[in-house]
Write a protein that binds this ligand. Structure first.
Ligand code: SF4
Ligand code: SF4
Ligand code: FES
Length: 285
């Protein structure tokens, strides 16, 4: 349970200052804007963004368009509300204002994630994150309308190692913090059709690092008795271009994951599995 923190005398304030890095659209120049709100206890960052939207006026009285951001569940489950808050990538729904003011009573600084293209203000395009899950076929292939009966039983040991990995909410904190995951922003060419643009963008994503979340999900589904049927395809993806060899083992990913997923353990397991897979392929030639 999260305990609300009363601002101490030292931190008692009448107003909260929020500095937002804004951007009017993809590829546009970012700029900073300062907002000032009357202090209320027990707010989170989403509630201050709602108050900023309702006020739509900067600290110096200029009327502005409401700040754009993304969110869904408001309880750290959907992963949509990730942003950089006071320099740290995290969920805005679980970022408590009183705690942020304890660390920095002067202001709260909100920025969009750094590795995805900005759509507007704090909202980014996370398509590459989801495309990486497609690259590693992060699913159990049991689609169909007919009854296939019960799946194979999982051992207690497998359940215990799979459960933490299954909590991934595709929030992207891990890739934001990863020094090996470089931003890819593809601009549309003059006269380029939707189809051609999408194809070119996905080709760029395919060549980039898949990221720690996708590596961990590949391990999760390879350790599932039914998901295992795609093990070879997943290991092909992890040993190919933009695969596990890009990881420099900096371990930044594991430090920022809000679900405390043991990403470096998954990466080590994936490293061993891809090495064996590649050796096996040599002998089969
Ligand atoms: S351990 Fe690998 S995936 Fe994680 S932050 Fe470092 S380079 Fe990125
Ligand atoms: S591994 Fe953790 S940080 Fe990365 S996307 Fe999943 S929940 Fe978010
Ligand atoms: S709104 Fe869903 S994780 Fe924050």
């Amino acid at each position: 349970m999260t305990t609300a923190i009363e601002p101490t005398k030292k931190h008692r304030i009448d107003f909260i200052k929020i500095r937002v890095r804004r951007q009017d659209g993809p590829g546009k120049k970012p700029y900073w804007e300062l907002h000032k709100l009357p202090y209320e206890p027990e707010l989170n960052v989403i509630s201050i963004l709602q108050m900023i939207a309702a006020q739509a006026t900067t600290s110096d009285g200029k009327k502005v368009a409401p700040v754009t951001w993304d969110c869904g569940c408001l309880e750290e489950v959907c992963g949509a509300c990730t942003m950089v808050i006071n320099g740290k990538v995290r969920q805005s729904c679980s970022a408590l204002v009183d705690r942020l003011l304890e660390d920095n009573p002067d202001e709260i600084v909100l920025e969009p994630m750094r590795k995805f293209p900005v759509l507007r203000d704090l909202m980014v395009d996370r398509q590459r994150l989801f495309h990486a899950l497609k690259r590693v076929e992060a699913w159990v292939p049991v689609d169909g309308y007919y009854d296939m009966g019960p799946g194979d039983k999982q051992s207690r040991e497998a359940q215990e190692s799979n459960y933490p990995l299954s909590q991934c909410m595709s929030c992207g904190c891990c890739v934001d913090a990863c020094p090996q995951y470089l931003k890819i922003e593809v601009a549309r060419l003059d006269g380029e059709s939707d189809e051609a643009f999408e194809k070119r963008k996905l080709a760029e994503y395919e060549a980039g690092f898949v990221g720690p979340h996708a590596i961990s999900q590949a391990i999760l589904f390879n350790n599932n008795p039914t998901g295992k049927v795609l093990e070879g395809e997943r290991l092909d993806a992890l040993s190919g271009e933009g695969g596990i060899q890009i990881c420099g083992n900096a371990q930044n990913c594991v430090a920022v994951c809000p679900k405390e997923i043991p990403l470096t353990t998954s990466i080590a397991r994936a490293g061993r599995a891809t090495t064996l897979h590649v050796i096996k392929q040599w002998f089969e030639k």
